[in-house]
Design a protein around this ligand. Structure first.
Ligand SMILES: [Zn+2]
Length: 311
């Protein structure tokens, strides 16, 4: 059952291809993870996050004893925040959604002022109508999670680079648990793929307003920038299945999302083509349930990853 608060919070939002879980979703995943960090990991993570150029903004006016938690929540949004920051440049091709050039794979820390939007997802292809498939570009969310988690345990890396990679990891572990961040549907209307549901429109009766299928899933548990709301909403989610949460291989997380997209996202009333498709109450309820499960898993897996790295 979805608690009533979550249903009330489920309102329409908008999102670019690379957003994935909105601010509330990202902060919920971080809230779940923070609860499960060991004292040693909390200390290490707190020290590293202070090296982010926005740290002072994150914890401004926050009581001293709450600063570590709030910084951890706010850090989860940084990789999205830089897409709106004039100090950062959109790189890559196709509105920044495809990597191009050698700098797309570089890992140089905070001196890097590129947005790297193509790091937020991996477009694993499928087709319901035998349209030819094109594989995902690289680097992508999978290559970056593998790279960044390696940095955290490397004795050769500086704390500054570890901070940059940690902030990206906090974001990307959540992103790849959003089913539409691991998929691209190829059909007769999307010969180059639908960019994780961005090429498909949906609406709620009476359908006066339309939104992208991707955006519907990003915001399915609500919209908020408030850290307290994120902490309280996260507490309402059922705990992650311990056996699933123990899986540490990011390739498995991504495969799960790819399968969830085919089992729970691209299902009736979502048909082949661009839509708009009229969402039903049962589709929305199922989407909230799946999104809550994926967020709880993401949070627990993120905590496990960091506890392992900083042991
Ligand atoms: Zn993202």
């Amino acid at each position: 059952m979805i608690p009533p608060l979550l249903i009330i919070l489920a309102v329409i939002g908008s999102s670019s291809h690379a957003a994935a879980w909105n601010d509330l979703g990202h902060m919920m995943v971080s809230a779940i993870a923070y609860e499960q960090l060991t004292p040693e990991t909390r200390q290490k993570v707190t020290t590293l996050l202070k090296l982010n150029p926005k740290h002072a903004t994150w914890v401004a006016n926050v009581p001293e004893d709450e600063k570590p938690r709030i910084a951890f929540l706010r850090a989860s949004r940084w990789a999205d925040d830089i897409k709106l920051d004039p100090a950062y440049e959109q790189d890559g091709s196709q509105n920044g959604n495809r990597p191009s050039g050698r700098e797309s794979a570089r890992n140089v820390g905070y001196e890097d002022r590129l947005q790297h939007k193509y790091w937020h997802f991996i477009d694993l292809p499928f087709s319901p109508d035998r349209t030819a498939l094109v594989g995902p570009s690289s680097p992508n969310a999978q290559t970056q999670i593998a790279l960044f988690r390696h940095t955290l345990t490397s004795t050769a890396s500086s704390d500054s680079l570890k901070s940059y990679d940690l902030v990206w990891l906090i974001h990307l572990v959540a992103d790849v648990h959003q089913p539409l961040h691991a998929v691209s549907r190829f059909d007769k209307a999307h010969m180059n793929g639908d960019d994780g549901g961005n090429g498909v429109m949906v609406c709620s009766p009476p359908c006066t307003a339309k939104e992208r299928l991707h955006a519907f899933w990003d915001t399915v548990l609500g919209v908020s920038m408030d850290t307290t709301t994120a902490i309280e909403t996260a507490k309402q989610l059922p705990a992650a299945d311990p056996q699933l949460a123990a899986i540490s291989d990011e390739r498995v997380w991504i495969q799960e999302s790819f399968e969830a997209a085919q089992m729970h996202v691209y299902v009736s009333p979502i048909g082949i083509g661009v839509g708009p498709f009229e969402l039903t109450d049962s589709y929305k309820a199922a989407a909230q349930h799946v999104a809550g499960q994926r967020m709880a898993l993401a949070g627990t897996r993120l905590a496990n990853m960091l506890n392992d790295a900083f042991r």
